[in-house]
Design a protein around this ligand. Structure first.
Ligand code: FPP
Length: 257
């Protein structure tokens, strides 16, 4: 108890932050998805350019990946760039497209040592070739790793993903490869970019925004949501542990009783 009191969380009265040991004593969510929001506001508050917030956010990706892996999380999906983010100023888009290179250029050896496997979901065609090359290299270099899957959602949009799936299903029905009466929710899942991974158990969104922003609309049907006012560059292992701790206290009923 004394030990727990020492870990008193100053931000919330009467709340004791869980430790890694606390959360590891219960089932860990297998798949955690994060909408990493608030980089721009973090920078604005410090009179810095928005890209400084993205750079700080990149460092958090490193720390949270390491913790998630240590906890035994199987998949960590991070919303790094949406199909709508192209609307941002050109300079910001260019910077965001350089971040995977910088991140992987610096941390790929660490990810390899940690047995992390890098994957990507999203439409690769519009992504600049230098960004694609960096991600593809990381995917190849980590393909045999068996630890955490670090799944970057890059140029990802859920409506775009679902639209493509519907078109492919329609084409397969038309060509006779797929009988129409075999279309069910499991089959639809197989046509999505997440066909090889389970749906997220826990969704985290930072920065006090309460929306999905076109993120994994199909896959989040029965996911537990956890929101925090903390801006992504300020997100720490403690928030991750709090989110998992709260997840562990929830009763998932999947529509049953
Ligand atoms: C949303 O915050 C954040 C993004 C669109 C980019 C997220 C990217 C990172 C955290 C870095 C990714 C790192 C790698 C390795 C790919 P915002 O800019 O909308 O913030 P605001 O709502 O405060 O303006």
């Amino acid at each position: 108890m004394l030990d727990k009191l020492k870990r008193w969380n100053n931000k919330k009265e009467n709340v004791i932050s869980p430790t890694k040991e606390d959360v590891m004593s219960k089932p860990i969510p297998k798949h955690i998805a994060i909408i990493m929001d608030g980089n721009g506001r973090w920078a604005n508050k410090r009179a810095l350019p928005r890209i400084a917030g993205h750079h700080e956010g990149m460092k958090v990706v490193r720390r949270i990946t390491r913790t998630a892996n240590e906890l035994g999380v199987e998949v960590l999906t991070l919303y790094a760039f949406s199909t709508e983010n192209w609307k941002r100023p050109k300079q910001e888009v260019e910077y965001l497209m350089k971040l995977p290179e910088e991140f992987l250029g610096t941390f790929l050896p660490e990810l390899i040592t940690q047995n992390v496997r890098v994957q990507m979901m999203g439409n690769p065609e519009e992504i600049p070739s230098h960004t694609r090359r960096a991600v593809e290299k990381a995917m190849v270099d980590t393909k045999d790793n068996t630890g955490l899957i670090l799944n970057f959602a890059l140029n990802y949009g859920s409506r775009d993903e679902i639209t493509k799936a519907i078109k492919e299903i329609a084409a397969d029905v038309k060509s006779g490869h797929l009988p129409e009466d075999e279309i069910n929710d499991q089959l639809i899942s197989q046509y999505l970019m997440t066909s090889k991974i389970n749906d997220p158990d826990l969704l985290i969104r930072t920065s006090g925004e309460y929306r999905l922003s076109n993120f994994m609309l199909w896959q989040l049907a029965y996911t537990e949501f956890w929101f925090t006012d903390v801006l992504w560059p300020d997100f720490t292992e403690n928030e991750l542990l709090e989110a998992i701790h709260e997840f562990q206290a929830r009763h998932r009923r999947y529509g049953g009783v």
